[in-house]
Design a protein around this ligand. Structure first.
Ligand code: OKP
Ligand code: ZN
Length: 340
């Protein structure tokens, strides 16, 4: 049994070089090489086979998850940049409740839909984001056709993007779009094992009783995104209990991580979904430049094996993971454990 691997060539032209981190310019952590390293190892190891490229995601599906105004803004702002224009970083951030005079227009300031400065827009950004969403959709489509699993090597990632906001290297919520497509099968669970809380995914499904969102992440009390991901966030009025946040302390290593994961998997089993989408990030790994957990490559095999115990049609959607020299080992270990 091999897992179909979905990859797009469009991601590599989206390549910001710098980000602002704690007031300083630093190299942009989400670089194209991340995907190349994971793709090469998953194919060379024999764990994965080429599962093709992105689907064209229909507008009606994009607007089921995202506000048309956000899509319009991203498409036009990023889609109409002159050649030679560098990445634009937002500098005016719209606080919706306080800026009611801001006109609804695509010439809004660059921060009109951004919640931070980590997702700059360049000429290739919109095409890359659409293709990344299309990979998740293509993976979901394989599950709809009865295949047991697929792995969408998405870039840019998606779990920080909400219905009408983007940030944290994310523009469109790939995982949410896949989960939405999979709702044709019935209830869907989303398991987010990226180091950072998936605030976008949580907000999209906050009041949706047919989707259970479970996330293990660095405690937002002192970790990005800081204002979301606390344990007392359990779902909206129409979906109480549909959101499970499991924040963990900086320094968490394999054993306590796996026991928290088992708690999340038990909640998913009790929800009895028809399919599972895993927002997979390897920034939980030891010495990741933007994470503070200490998982070793071998720990991801245990994570994959535990997920496989659910015996659900499972789509892996790539989120973060930024320690380049570890990414291939982590991805191979996760998939190897899942398939074993
Ligand atoms: C994207 B994904 C704050 C650092 C925040 C941005 C992290 C974006 C992570 N001092 N850096 O992997 O969830
Ligand atoms: Zn992350």
């Amino acid at each position: 049994m091999k897992i179909p691997l979905l990859v797009s060539p469009h991601h590599s032209a989206h390549a910001p070089t710098v980000e602002f981190d704690q007031g300083c310019l630093r190299p942009y952590a989400d670089c194209p090489e991340r995907i190349e390293r994971m793709r090469a190892r998953l194919l060379e190891s024999g764990l994965a086979l080429d599962g093709g490229g992105p689907l064209d995601v229909p507008l009606a599906e994009l607007t089921a998850v995202h506000d048309p105004a956000l899509l319009d803004f991203l498409a036009h702002r990023a889609g109409s940049m002159p050649a030679g224009q560098d990445y634009v970083y937002p500098e005016i951030f719209a606080v919706r409740s306080a800026m009611s005079r801001l006109a609804r227009h695509r010439d809004w300031p660059d921060g009109a839909y951004a919640f931070d400065s980590y997702a700059p827009l360049g000429r290739a950004t919109w095409a890359a984001a659409l293709a990344s969403a299309g990979l998740a959709a293509a993976g979901a489509e394989r599950l709809l056709r009865g295949e047991p699993c697929a792995y969408a090597l998405c870039r840019p990632p998606g779990h920080h993007a909400g219905a009408d906001f983007y940030g944290g290297y994310c523009y469109l919520n790939n995982t949410a779009l896949a989960a939405y497509r999979l709702m044709a099968l019935g209830r869907v669970a989303v398991l987010d094992i990226d180091y950072h809380h998936g605030n976008g995914t949580q907000s999209i499904f906050w009041d949706e009783p047919r989707v259970l969102f479970v996330s293990l992440h660095g405690d937002p009390a002192d970790e990005y995104p800081y204002y979301c991901g606390f344990a007392d966030e359990t779902g909206g009025p129409d979906a109480p209990g549909s959101n499970l946040n499991l924040p963990l302390a900086a320094g968490t290593h394999g054993a306590p991580y796996l026991s928290a994961l088992q708690g999340g998997l038990d909640a998913i089993a009790a929800f009895a979904p028809a399919a599972l989408v895993v927002s997979a990030g390897f920034d939980t790994g030891e010495d990741d430049p933007v994470g503070r957990f200490k998982l070793l490559p071998a720990d991801y095999a245990a994570v994959g094996a535990a997920i496989a115990q659910l015996r659900l049609p499972t789509l892996f959607v790539q989120e973060g993971g930024y320690r380049l020299e570890r990414l291939a080992d982590c991805a191979q270990s996760l998939v190897g454990g899942f398939l074993s």
